[in-house]
Design a protein around this ligand. Structure first.
Ligand SMILES: Nc1ncnc2c1ncn2[C@@H]1O[C@H](COP(=O)(O)OP(=O)(O)OP(=O)(O)O)[C@@H](O)[C@H]1O
Length: 272
């Protein structure tokens, strides 16, 4: 299979989509004063790379994503996209959530067209682009269906088509496949990797699923308990498609290490 032969190395020098997270701290107002949602964090997402972010519940994963998306302003530090400060939401940064966020009163095609409105394209071109995006996710035959006529996986495909149609430099995905069954997730993994290879957006992918992180990403960043910070980085160079059983690699070892970091073993004797 051609995919097996692909090296997953890519040019990063000429590509756009470099995200710099520089000394960022995020606090929210709590009832008893400020609450730190993200402890001091510095990191760079290199253009065109795929990074998974994994960590305990409430450690600040979504908060970091929301800051990169421009929805939340850092309390300290700065965020830049290709050298420019991130000052608010922009079409250069696409976001996909676990909930599909489709308009129920629009067809699949019109949901994708909605994302393209900002470009003021002639109608014919807008429709062609939306159809091409749906074809990329294998939904050309379902363009005229409404979200309620689509399965969960199909809805998420529409959301992916809508986001990639805009041509974002950065794609933030917050547990995008968390609501899907195991079989559909596998299909979505392959689909996402194929589209990502073609578009080469910089992807930051939040997941609770260590296996999903290891199968998809170039980099896995593990966060600490709240208030979260990045505590461990893994650079994965294994060719895709990956599988634990036949990887002949250290994926299983890395999986165990990450699980230990996420669920440290407490010595029962110590707690007695
Ligand atoms: N707008 C807000 N106002 C106040 N506190 C907030 C706000 N957003 C997040 N928090 C708090 O910040 C902390 C981090 O939340 P966040 O949603 O980023 O965690 P998470 O790692 O994404 O969690 P999960 O894995 O459960 O989705 C939590 O304690 C949360 O309650």
């Amino acid at each position: 299979m051609a995919e097996d032969l692909m090296t997953d190395t890519h040019k990063t020098d000429t590509q756009k989509g470099r995200v710099e997270i520089d000394d960022v701290v995020i606090r929210f107002k709590g009832r008893q004063g400020p609450v730190t949602a993200l402890a001091r964090t510095s990191h760079v997402l290199e253009p065109g790379t795929f990074t998974a972010l994994i960590g305990p519940s409430g450690c600040g994963k979504s908060t970091l994503m929301n800051a990169i998306a421009g929805f939340v302003k850092p309390s300290e530090g700065s965020l830049r996209l290709d050298g420019k400060p991130i000052a608010g939401p922009s079409p250069e940064v696409g976001v996909i959530f676990q909930q599909y966020a489709l308009f129920p009163w629009f067809t699949a095609l019109n949901n994708v067209r909605y994302g393209l409105k900002q470009f003021g394209l002639p109608q014919g071109e807008e429709i062609d682009r939306a159809r091409a995006a749906l074809a990329e996710v294998g939904l050309e035959a379902h363009a005229d269906k409404y979200p309620q006529q689509l399965s969960g996986g199909m809805k998420q495909r529409v959301a992916i088509a809508r986001t990639f149609a805009v041509g974002p430099k950065v794609l933030l995905m917050d547990e995008p496949f968390g609501a899907l069954d195991a079989q559909t997730r596998l299909v979505m993994h392959e689909l996402l990797l194929n589209i990502w290879r073609k578009h080469r957006a910089t992807v930051l992918f939040v997941t609770h699923d260590v296996d999903e992180a290891l199968l998809l990403s170039d980099h896995v960043q593990v966060m600490s308990q709240a208030p979260g910070r990045l505590i461990r980085h893994y650079h994965l160079t294994q060719q895709r498609p990956r599988a634990f059983s036949r990887s002949g690699s250290d994926l299983l070892e890395i999986r165990d290490e990450i699980l230990d970091l996420l669920h440290p073993k407490t010595d029962l004797a110590d707690s007695l």
